[in-house]
Design a protein around this ligand. Sequence first.
Ligand SMILES: [Zn+2]
Length: 420
Amino acid sequence: MNYNYRYRLKPTERQRETLDYHRDTCRQLYNHALYRFNQIPEHEGTVKQRVRKIRDELPDLKDWWDALTDVYSKVLQPTVMRIAKNITALGKLKEQGYTVGELRWKSPREFRSFTYNQSGFELDKKGGQTVLSLSKLADIPIEHHRSLPDDATVKEVTLKQEKTGEWFAIFGIEMDTDPPAKPPLEDVGTDEMVGIDVGILKYAHDTDGTAVESLDLSEERDRLEREQRNLSRKEYESNNWENQRRRVAACHQKIKRKRRDFLHKLSNYYAREYELVAVEDLEVKGMLESPRNSRNTASAAWNTFSDMLETKCEREGTYFAEVGPEGTTKECAQCGVETDKPLWVREHSCPACGFKADRDANAAWNILSRGLTKLGVGYSEGTPVETALPADTAVVSAKHVVETGSPCLKEPPKAVSRQG
Ligand SMILES: [Zn+2]
């Protein structure tokens, strides 16, 4: 299992300059490698093979490119290999039907990080302060607010400068212990499984009768708008403009952090509370459902949610099923008959069997059924909705989830810590 741990760095002014120098050297190397990549004909191998070829040219490159000798070699190699990663990512987007162009050169503003792979980094204590000691770079004070797990192996450390100007170290670690074993599927009871319908108005509605409202970010968005207006009044690329640009970036960052915190807590809750979790393929759902203007934000957050959920389920030994989102709202969870429902019809009332439920609860039950089918659970007693009829819905604010780490209203929440 692989995880990321993120820490804030507190570089001195001088160290900041060195970090910048190393990052920019990597950027120039990246651009050079991209240029070389485009020179190598396709028939000379797979993308990875061709990029490896460029990586192997590094020693020769150092003969005439002095700046490269200032940077640790296990930093230069992954920089070149990023080309392969990015080209593969572009290919995937293309497969999904997005229009993508060629991989482009990176400007200083677009190239924000570099990675120490395997070696060249160490956590150390110096004068009572924890420092991240980086080969050929510096000993940089680090805010080490939580320790790495005992059985963790650090695979790499990425140094990243956010748009706010702050530097972070992201530790990519691998856990030596296996996650807890999943119970046999047939032992998972109906009260230990949950289907979750994720939406725009309500963030989540599950088969246990819990509905979580969307996170209220209106204050943060107002502030962002104000700061953006201020930015547009400044002279482009002047000092004032640069300062204001950082304030805008800080607003974006704050919104992102708040949203991630909420999603961390919500996904943690589901992964810990249940033995089996089913959700829709939110990437597909995002393209099908979200209104055009909010598509990117909504689907990006949905993707983050399902990624977090999947990772956390894996870590907790919980079954995770992702199912096709088509028709989950139309279909009757009890008898399967489809009825068209415009968005404003909030209740599901089946003309065929008379089953009545909240629109989203009905969808959540369909998601759970599909999840069970996908995992290969035969349901001898019919659909789950017949064995455990939906309870009344408790609507919980996102704020409650953020404050307590759980949408539970009845019992005190279990210790849910923020991880990952
Ligand atoms: Zn029905």
